[in-house]
Each structure stands twice: as structure tokens, then as C-alpha cells.
Design a binder for this molecule. Structure first.
Ligand SMILES: Nc1ncnc2c1ncn2[C@@H]1O[C@H](COP(=O)(O)OP(=O)(O)OP(=O)(O)O)[C@@H](O)[C@H]1O
Length: 228
């Protein structure tokens, strides 16, 4: 993808979202620079998942603009926006389960197929998450940590510029969670991608470059930046 390295990866411009007259996000603005990896923390119900869903195009804002790589995303049915999201974004959401009837290799090949990219990278990606030799296995043969590795491989295989991760280690034991978080960080940095990690875990958030707090006033840095 021909993206300008200096162009912000994501711009949120006065984004508002309400559900049944309950304001979840009000006039939220934020700019994510290329290569930035941020964690978003905040109280339960404050709107963290809602925000990721809006960026992902799973839901639409009531007002405001969301720009990916400078292009404003309009409705879900907008073809250009859908194509941009498919190519530009990688999702590590618990809801985006690995498909049970496909082998691991087929699961990881999906984003390449959808984007018309060479399929060779799927096996390389599986190997880079430690699953070499398991290409023909089916998801039921894997542990929770291994399944999450497949989800990560599938989210990153097409080298998305922006990775959205919603509690990617929520159901894993602490050691596996730490391993998965380090893997996510390594893959993001290896590809000079940007990422947003939504989490309740301080330990998970600490693996990002910067921690942001979402509250009713908006998104603001919680701590000092760490050295990448
Ligand atoms: N589709 C929906 N319809 C109605 N209300 C919704 C919908 N999605 C989210 N909400 C409401 O919006 C608010 C924000 O939800 P959201 O899941 O974004 O919070 P969160 O910060 O991710 O919370 P948590 O940390 O508990 O996951 C909640 O009050 C929730 O009930």
C-alpha cells in the first residue's frame, strides 16, 4: 500500500456515539501517528470497545469523522472504505474467532486471499508465531494460547498498517498472556505498524509505547511514553 509515512494512520475528529440517548463518546478527537502503539484503558462501559468498533467499521458514529490514512470512512456500504479497512486494518478481537472448519494455514491465508496478495506469506507468518509444522491442523487441536497465536498471525499476515486489539489476552494465563503480548509487540514493530490495544490490564498496557485513558472528557495520555 502506498501510504505516506508522515500521514497520520488514524484521525478521530469530534466523534460522537450514543446508544438510545445514552452518550458513550462525545466529541472525541485523537490523532495516531504512523508507527505508534498505544494502549487504551478506562472504566468499564466508558466506550473503549465502542471506539474500536467504530474504527473497524462494525458500527458508525452519529457524528464526526474517522480518517484512516487520510481517507474519511463513511458508511459500511461504501466500497472504497470497506476495501481500505480490509487492507489497512488487522483485528485481534476475541469475537473474531479462528474459523473451526479451516486448517490453520487456510485461516491465516484468508486476509491474503481477500486482498489478492500472494499466499506464500501464510506459512511464514505461522512459523513466526511458533506454529511451524502445524499448518494442516484444525483449530480444535490447539490450546487457548496457540489459538490466539493463530488469531495474531491472521490479523498481521497482510501487513496491516493499523492493528486493533481488544483484550487479546483476556482468557489466557499470565505467562501465556505475557508471551502473546510480546509477540504482538514484536510483530507490530517488525512491520513498523501502528496499533491500539484495549485492555484492563496494567501489565498488558505497559507493553505499548504509550497508555491513554478514555473517560468522559476524551482520550488523554495516562503515563509518560516508554522507549520503543
Ligand atoms: N450495540 C449496543 N447497543 C446498546 N448499547 C451499547 C451497544 N454497545 C455498547 N453499548 C453500551 O455502550 C457503553 C460502552 O460500551 P463499551 O463496550 O464500548 O464499553 P467498554 O469501555 O469497552 O467496557 P468494558 O471495559 O466493560 O468492556 C455501555 O454502556 C454499553 O452498554
Amino acid at each position: 500500500m502506498h501510504d505516506d509515512k508522515n500521514k497520520p494512520v488514524l484521525e478521530l475528529c469530534a466523534v460522537s456515539k450514543a446508544y438510545a440517548n445514552r452518550h458513550v463518546l462525545s466529541n472525541l478527537s485523537y490523532t495516531l501517528a504512523a508507527g505508534e502503539y498505544v494502549a487504551i484503558m478506562g472504566d468499564s462501559g466508558v466506550g473503549k470497545s465502542t471506539l474500536l468498533n467504530l474504527i473497524a467499521g462494525l458500527d458508525a458514529p452519529d457524528s464526526g469523522d474517522i480518517r484512516l490514512n487520510g481517507l474519511a470512512l463513511t458508511g459500511d456500504d461504501d466500497e472504497a472504505a470497506t476495501a481500505l479497512r480490509r487492507r489497512f486494518l488487522g483485528f485481534i478481537f476475541q469475537a473474531f474467532h479462528v474459523l473451526p472448519h479451516l486448517t490453520l494455514l487456510q485461516n491465516v491465508s484468508l486476509p491474503l486471499l481477500l486482498n489478492g496478495l500472494p499466499l506464500e506469506r501464510a506459512a511464514v507468518m505461522l512459523a513466526s508465531v511458533g506454529l511451524q509444522g502445524r499448518e494442516q491442523d484444525f483449530p480444535f487441536q490447539l490450546s487457548g494460547g496457540e489459538l490466539q497465536r493463530v488469531a495474531i498471525a491472521r490479523a498481521l499476515v497482510h501487513r496491516p498498517r493499523l492493528i486493533l486489539a481488544d483484550e487479546p489476552t483476556g482468557n489466557l494465563d499470565p505467562d501465556t498472556a505475557e508471551e502473546i503480548l510480546q509477540l504482538i509487540r514484536a510483530e507490530i514493530k517488525a512491520n513498523a505498524a501502528s496499533a491500539i490495544l484495549v485492555t484492563h490490564s496494567q501489565a498488558a498496557a505497559a507493553t505499548a509505547d504509550k497508555i491513554l485513558l478514555l473517560d468522559r472528557y476524551g482520550l488523554a495520555p495516562l503515563t509518560m511514553e516508554r522507549t520503543p
